[in-house]
Each structure stands twice: as structure tokens, then as C-alpha cells.
Design a protein around this ligand. Structure first.
Ligand SMILES: Cc1cc2nc3c(=O)[nH]c(=O)nc-3n(C[C@H](O)[C@H](O)[C@H](O)COP(=O)(O)OP(=O)(O)OC[C@H]3O[C@@H](n4cnc5c(N)ncnc54)[C@H](O)[C@@H]3O)c2cc1C
Length: 558
């Protein structure tokens, strides 16, 4: 990405076709789609890329088996097609993962799930309801497409899920969904938006949507480093601020029937992979007739999620103690273990932007649809919210279609054929002494072809080959990349979202103060921090993880 200084100067000098507010997956998607259709685009994010809900998901690119229960068939179908497309456009970031629904001795496989999986298989098929045009042509390469679900025996269950050894699994349904690193996906989409000319700036909090002749005509924002106000002039404004959407032009949104954005909180915890080894994901029964996921993710085991109405502050959300207890209880029962809060290596919570319209007041958050909603309000501002991470491309298309449609532009959507980043095989990457294939694979998965540049950097500056935390493949070189090419401004940006070490190794980062100091030193030399500034940044990091209870103590209730 371009540097913040460069982006800021462009934002002041140019007049844009579109300004997008919000740097989560929805805003990034809208900026990307609009830029690829030839619009000049500015995007501003209040804090950091993906710092809202888009770094706090369950990391699944999926149809959502659960939504079949609510008969949200359109949503499931759309998400399944997007899943397949994203696995094709970004194969390094969107990877198939086997999921198991297991039966144990004395129990039987749940037939209802079998029926649901049959539907899931059928709905995932590309031929369904689509014209011949959408089928791969003769000689055209086909891309990842899930195998049909099947049943496997107890032996195979244990191979895929060694953590189940204490139980006696007899069989399981096996099906596929996909998994990603949500923050890295946002950064990749932003990178593509920039490649098509978009100008993106984080640390830019929109304070007002400006108007000319009663029409939305740009934004005023406050720049985080200087505290100074700036204006962006644009012919169109898209509000993609997720759970914050009703804080901008609130009255206009009320007038089109948005009663409020009703946040629902979802909590996740991570356990050490060594303690709960998983090669496949498990659907684990939990209280209240719901299921949770236990997934292998970036070398650790990720467990979530909960889904409860939430009314607390939304800027820094803590995992709820009750939710943590609920997750641990379900895992302990299913795997026959005795994990407690001390075993948690990291935890996080996020809020879903569920749109509550006037007739939804009585509904519980789990019952409100995950469908995306697009509102055009009196000033012409478009607000896009709701939806799922998986369906970001469709949400972006819907928004930009409306935008170009009202200007009678002939500019069809092309994002279904533009690769997201450049995938690379590790055999294509240069060897660098001292960097193992695991590290090279990690770089290829996270950065695609850009990994080449990182490896060159390591060759020139061998001190950057050092790992940030022992046992995790993330390198100090990635700190340089984050500060130089990804607009990272704080240790939190680097440890929570450029790398995911804050979640994967939060406890170790707290216990070993030296690792954080090393990161701060490298970042400081990139960003020109003095000693005092560096010390303040380290303190700010500790305050940030305490404010969100990333590492224990987790609040006991609430
Ligand atoms: C617990 C949980 C698990 C989930 N799991 C999955 C999953 O596995 N798969 C899936 O498909 N979906 C999942 N989802 C849904 C998905 O994560 C969200 O739908 C998606 O991330 C929303 O993205 P967004 O860009 O709309 O919002 P956000 O990511 O919240 O982005 C909004 C951005 O706007 C910025 N902003 C706010 N106000 C301003 C302002 N005034 N000026 C500038 N910027 C501003 C914020 O800082 C924020 O970065 C999950 C959601 C939750 C809560």
C-alpha cells in the first residue's frame, strides 16, 4: 500500500467519484469494486484496517450450514458460490478445510444433519440455476470445488482429530468449508483496490458527511497523528462502517426504517494446539441446542462462537466470562478434558452488525438474518451493512451497481475475475539460509508473491530473519513490511492484525517482554520513534490487550 503521508496528500488534492467510509471487509470490497470499474475512489478508516468486526470473525469462508435451519436458502446458496469463487481468486488465503460431525459409541449419526449436508452439496453446485455461460468452458481450468460430504469411520476420525483420542468416535460426517485469515484478506483486497487507483488512509475518523445542494458530497475527517481536520470532496459517499453505521446521518437512516444496528457479541478462545490437536474442524454440541466450531487455525486451536445480544461499548469489546465458560464447558464435555481459563492462550470478541428493523424488535440476535442491506437515504449516501465476511464481494457489487446505475454509467462488475493477490508456490521462492520451509510456506500463504520481497529483505538484513516469538513462523521482517507497506502505526496493529500473534501467542508475548521490545525497536526505526515514544507504544500495547481481555484475566461474568 502507499504510505499514509502519500495517501493524505492525494486525499487533499484530488476530487473523487466516491469516498468510502470504513476499512473493514465491506468498505475494502466497495473500494476495490468501484476502482476496477474505473471510478476514482478514496477510502478512510477511523482506526486500523479490519480493527472492527473484520478481524474478529470465526475465519470461515462458508455457506453456513446453520442458516439452513432458518431456511435462509438464498443466503446459503450465495455464500457457497462466493466460497468457491474466493478459493479460486485467492487460493493462498482461502483454503478448504474438512469439517466433522462425529458420532460416538452408543450414539448414532444425526440423520437431520445428513439431510442438511445433502442440501449443502446440491446448493454448492455451480450448475444449479446458472446459465451455461457460467460453466467452465472446454479446456478451461476448473478450480476448487468441494467434494460431496461422506461418512468416515472412527479410525479416520482420529487421524483428522487426534484430540478425540480419549473418546471413542465410531464415525462422522465429513464435509468441506473454507478458512481464511480475515485481517489479511482485508489487506489483500485493499492492496488490489490500490492497484486499480484507490487512495486508502487509516487513522482517519470521519466526523461529518458534507453536503452540496442537499446531496452527500464528501466527508470531513480527523487525522489521528496530527488531530487535524481534513476534507475529501467526492460525488458519492458510501457508509461501510458496520456496527457503527447508524452513527453517521442517523436521522436519515431512521427515516428509511433502520430502527438501529443491533450488535450481537460473539466470543472466541484459543487453546494450544499441542493440548488440543486438530487437523480438521469439529462441530461440537453446546448448550441451548446450538453448536460451536473447534478449528485448527494458524497453528493453534480456535473455538467459537457465541451469539448474544450486546449493549455495552463497541469500540473495545471484551469476551464475556459467561461465554468463555460456555465454550470451555462444551469443549471439555466433547473432548473429555478439563481445560480451565489458565489454558486459554488468547481470546477475543466481536460484534455482528445485525440490522434491526421495526418488526425485529422481539427477535433474538440468532434469529435475525445475516442478509446484507443497502440503504439509500435522502442525501444520496449509500449505507451497506449486515451480511457476512464470505459475501463481501456480492455486497460490494450490490452497492457499486446502485451507484453506477443512478449515474447511468455502463460499468459492469468485474471482481469475479480479478485475482486477489498473487499466489505463489514455495518452490518458486528464493532459498534464504536459516529460513525453514515452514517459514517460507507461512510467508507464501500470508503474502503470496510478495513473500519474495520479504525473503530478499531477510537476505540483505539477516537480523530480520529472527522470529518474533519462538515456535511461531512470523519474522521481524514482517514488522518492517507492516510499517512500510501496510500503514501499521502501533504495536497493536502489528501484533493483532498484520500478524495474529496477539491472539495466537498473547500469553507468551505478555510473559516475554523482550519479544514486544524487539518489535517496538524495529517498528520505531521504520517510523522514527525516539526512546520515549517507543516506551509509550509498549505501554499502549499492554493497555490495549488489557482493555479487550485478549489474555486473562477474563471477566467472570457479563
Ligand atoms: C463473532 C463473529 C464471527 C463471525 N464469523 C464469520 C465467519 O466465520 N464467516 C463469515 O462469513 N462471517 C462471519 N462473521 C461476520 C463478519 O465478520 C462481518 O459481517 C464482517 O466482518 C463485517 O465487516 P464490515 O466491514 O461491514 O464491518 P467492520 O469490519 O466492523 O468494519 C467497519 C469499519 O468502519 C470503521 N469506522 C467506523 N466508524 C468510522 C468513522 N466515523 N470513520 C471512519 N471509519 C469508521 C471501523 O473502525 C471499522 O474498521 C462473524 C461475525 C462475528 C461478530
Amino acid at each position: 500500500m502507499r504510505s499514509r503521508a502519500d495517501a493524505l496528500s492525494h486525499l487533499q488534492d484530488d476530487v473523487f467519484d466516491l469516498v468510502v467510509i470504513g476499512g473493514g471487509i465491506t468498505g475494502a470490497g466497495v473500494a476495490f469494486d468501484a476502482a476496477t470499474r474505473g471510478l476514482s475512489v478514496a477510502l478512510v478508516e477511523r482506526n486500523d484496517w479490519s480493527c472492527g468486526t473484520s478481524s474478529r470473525s470465526s475465519k470461515m469462508i462458508h455457506g453456513g450450514l446453520r442458516y439452513l435451519q432458518n431456511f435462509d436458502l438464498g443466503l446459503v446458496r450465495e455464500a457457497l458460490l462466493e466460497r468457491e469463487l474466493l478459493a479460486k481468486l485467492a487460493p493462498h488465503l482461502v483454503k478448504p478445510l474438512p469439517f466433522l460431525v462425529t458420532a460416538f459409541e452408543g450414539g448414532r449419526r444425526d440423520r437431520k444433519i445428513g439431510v442438511g449436508l445433502n442440501m449443502y452439496d446440491v446448493m454448492a453446485r455451480r450448475g444449479l440455476r446458472r446459465g451455461k455461460r457460467d460453466q467452465p468452458g472446454e479446456g478451461e481450468p476448473d478450480f476448487w470445488s468441494p467434494e460431496r460430504h461422506r461418512t468416515i469411520d472412527g479410525g479416520e476420525v482420529l487421524e483428522l482429530m487426534p484430540a478425540l483420542a480419549p473418546r471413542n468416535p465410531t464415525s462422522a460426517y465429513l464435509f468441506y468449508d473454507c478458512q481464511t485469515d480475515d485481517s489479511r484478506m482485508v489487506l489483500t483486497v485493499l492492496g488490489e483496490a490500490e492497484r486499480f487507483g484507490a487512495v486508502c488512509l487509516n487513522g482517519a475518523s470521519v466526523t461529518e458527511v458534507t453536503e452540496r445542494n442537499g446531496r452527500a458530497a464528501g466527508v470531513m475527517f480527523e487525522e489521528a497523528e496530527s488531530g487535524e481536520p481534513f476534507e475529501i470532496k467526492a460525488s458519492n459517499v458510501v457508509n461501510a462502517t458496520g456496527v457503527w453505521a447508524d452513527t453517521l446521518k442517523t436521522e436519515e437512516l431512521r427515516a428509511v426504517g433502520v430502527a438501529s444496528i443491533r450488535p450481537s457479541r460473539g466470543t472466541h478462545i484459543l487453546l494450544d494446539h499441542e493440548q488440543l490437536p486438530m487437523k480438521a474442524a469439529a462441530i461440537v454440541p453446546a448448550g441451548g441446542g446450538r453448536g460451536i466450531f473447534v478449528l485448527p487455525w494458524l497453528g493453534q486451536t480456535l473455538i467459537g462462537t457465541t451469539d448474544n445480544d450486546y449493549s455495552g461499548p463497541i469500540d473495545r469489546i471484551k469476551p464475556s466470562g459467561d461465554d468463555v465458560e460456555y465454550l470451555l464447558g462444551a469443549v471439555n464435555e466433547f473432548f473429555d478434558r478439563d481445560f480451565g481459563e489458565d489454558d486459554i492462550v488468547g481470546a477475543y470478541a466481536g460484534v455482528r452488525p445485525l440490522i434491526s428493523e421495526s418488526d425485529d424488535v422481539e427477535k433474538k440476535s440468532v434469529d435475525i438474518s445475516r442478509k446484507a442491506e443497502l440503504y439509500e437515504t435522502e442525501s444520496g449516501m449509500l449505507t451497506i451493512t449486515g451480511g457476512k465476511f464470505t459475501t463481501w464481494r456480492r455486497m460490494a457489487k450490490m452497492t457499486v451497481d446502485r451507484l453506477v446505475g443512478r449515474e447511468f454509467r455502463d460499468a459492469p462488475c468485474k471482481t469475479d475475475e480479478i485475482p486477489l493477490g498473487y499466489p505463489v508456490e514455495i518452490s518458486q521462492l528464493p532459498e534464504v539460509e536459516g529460513l525453514s520451509p515452514i517459514v517460507r510456506q507461512h510467508l507464501a500463504s500470508r503474502y503470496g508473491l510478495f513473500a519474495e520481497k520479504i525473503l530478499e529483505m531477510c537476505r540483505e538484513r539477516p537480523e530480520l530473519k529472527e522470529r518474533i516469538v519462538e515456535g511461531a513462523p512470523d519474522l521481524l521482517a514482517e514488522v518492517v513490511v507492516a510499517a512500510r507497506f501496510e500503514q501499521a502505526r502501533s504495536l497493536e496493529d502489528v501484533l493483532m492484525r498484520r500478524t495474529r500473534l496477539g491472539l495466537l501467542a498473547g500469553r507468551r508475548l505478555v510473559a516475554d517482554g523482550k519479544a514486544v521490545k524487539r518489535v517496538a525497536k524495529v517498528m520505531g526505526s521504520e517510523l522514527g520513534w525516539g526512546m520515549l515514544h517507543t516506551r509509550r507504544e509498549i505501554e499502549a500495547w499492554h493497555e490495549a490487550i488489557a482493555a479487550e481481555s485478549i489474555v486473562a484475566p477474563i471477566p467472570v461474568s457479563g
